[in-house]
Design a protein around this ligand. Structure first.
Ligand SMILES: Nc1nc2c(c(=O)[nH]1)N[C@H]1C(S)=C(S)[C@@H](COP(=O)(O)OP(=O)(O)OC[C@H]3O[C@@H](n4cnc5c(N)ncnc54)[C@H](O)[C@@H]3O)O[C@H]1N2
Ligand code: MOO
Length: 407
């Protein structure tokens, strides 16, 4: 990759994803309760038929032959039902209990009567009141493919199938270095100083994309010297698969990122993306003697640009590292006309309507601003050489929000 050659935005995403996929970590086993948020490294297959045995859906009677039925026993959930051998007999049965071999109908308790001699009568419903083995899944059937994000429902179905642990990809470990001597870490901005808005924000986004970020892995502001940058990046790389830096991506007097990468022998995968805001972003691979792949994502200093770089390069990289598919972008309707940005992709912060199908650009979206980001659900993607007219379908890059955020 020649230096500072802007890469098309879609291609930048694809390059980051492929780099992550090639560097995906070795699989590991994780117990079910700890698996939330991980990624299946292998397909989830049913270990038995589901249900594994004919299972009563009701409390009542399992009967054989014509009524009235003479009760000969009881079977509870968890028990092994002996066969019902004789016509005219029944057993009392509980919901979840195994239906005895030989039974041909189940009768609800509230739809049954007993005579003075204790014989049971009633009309079983036409639709079967028990679940047939294999009705939900057959033994060996693939329920979910490798690459599936594990959520509580996936954990639940794995438990149903008989798993105690799942084969998953490791969580990528991320670190963050904030560059900029002008940054304050407390108090109100003024007198040439601004608050660091990325140090407190970026770890949350990284975690939402599946990375771990220890408190000790967030450092800054790192002093604006080449020596301090180099030392900070070297230290961060020892414990992280991915180091994100903020600021210093350009070639100003105190922008030391490129010289730092040169000293580390880094290989650029993306060195600026043709996108506005956010274009000075970069992604590099850093060689190391132990062969473990390590990445550095250079996020620009302007805060909205930094977050766009994170969504453009870091999100696909982390998806690849975790063995997940490349996130596809849904199409939404632009609610208003949206201008393009010439040869650059234009990312436009926007809010979805209640249907989620139409997006309206929000205000306060300068690359140095965060107000628009905090009020939007994602970005309309206006591709190079195009503009959107109200009603056009355009790709939408969603923020990784959780339900309840931006209601
Ligand atoms: N001659 C040119 N100058 C600039 C260009 C250009 O094309 N030619 N592009 C501008 C664009 S666009 C961006 S984006 C920035 C990227 O520059 P850097 O990545 O080197 O960022 P810095 O110079 O360090 O900072 C830029 C800006 O952002 C503020 N900042 C930095 N870090 C933080 C933080 N953690 N929290 C809040 N604000 C932060 C910093 O104070 C500056 O105002 O370059 C432009 N210049
Ligand atoms: O592209 Mo800059 O990243 O617009 O702020």
């Amino acid at each position: 990759m020649s230096e500072d050659t802007p890469v098309d935005w879609e291609q930048a995403r694809a390059l980051a994803y492929e780099a992550g996929r090639r560097a995906a970590g070795p699989t590991e086993l994780i117990s079910l309760p700890d698996a939330d948020g991980r990624t299946l490294a292998e397909p989830l297959r049913a270990l038995t038929d589901l249900p594994a045995f004919p299972t009563s859906s009701i409390d009542g009677w399992a009967t054989r032959g014509p009524q009235p039925w003479h009760p000969v026993g009881r079977v509870l959930a968890g028990g092994i039902a002996p066969p019902l051998d004789e016509a005219g007999t029944c057993v009392e049965i509980a919901t979840g209990a195994m239906v005895p071999p030989g039974a041909d109908a189940l009768l609800r308790i509230e739809e049954s009567t007993r005579d003075a001699a204790g014989l049971v009568s009633g009309v079983p419903r036409a639709t079967p009141e028990w679940r047939i083995p294999g009705e939900e899944a057959h033994r060996g059937e693939e329920l979910l493919p490798a690459g599936t994000a594990i959520d509580p429902a996936v954990i639940g179905v794995a438990a149903t199938c008989g798993y105690e642990a799942l084969s998953v990809r490791p969580r990528p470990r991320a670190a963050l270095l904030v560059f900029g001597d002008e940054l304050l870490t407390a108090g109100t901005p003024g007198a040439g100083r601004v608050r660091d808005s990325l140090g407190p924000q970026v770890p949350g986004w990284l975690r939402r994309y599946g990375a771990t970020v220890d408190a000790a892995a967030v450092t800054g502001p790192v002093q604006d010297t080449l020596e301090a940058h180099l030392a900070a990046v070297r230290t961060a790389l020892t414990g992280a698969d991915l180091v994100c830096t903020t600021g210093g991506t350009m070639h100003g007097p105190v922008d030391h990122l490129h010289p730092t990468l040169a000293k580390l022998g880094a290989e650029y995968l993306v060195n600026t993306a043709a996108v506005r805001p956010g274009f000075p972003m970069l992604l590099a691979r850093i060689p190391d003697a132990d062969g473990r792949p390590r990445f550095l994502a250079g996020l620009p200093g302007n805060p909205q640009s930094a977050i766009i770089a994170l969504f453009t390069l870091v999100a696909p990289l982390l998806a690849g590292l975790q063995g997940r598919p490349m996130p596809e972008l849904p199409l939404v309707e632009a609610a208003t006309d949206v201008p393009g940005r010439g040869n650059f992709t234009h990312l436009v912060l926007a809010r979805l309507d209640r249907s989620g199908r139409s997006a309206t650009p929000v205000g306060h979206v300068g690359s140095a601003m965060l107000r628009g980001l905090s009020n939007a659900q994602g970005f309309l993607v206006i591709r190079p050489g195009t503009r959107a007219t109200a009603g056009d379908l355009v790709p939408f890059l969603p923020l990784p929000l959780t339900p309840g955020e931006r209601p």
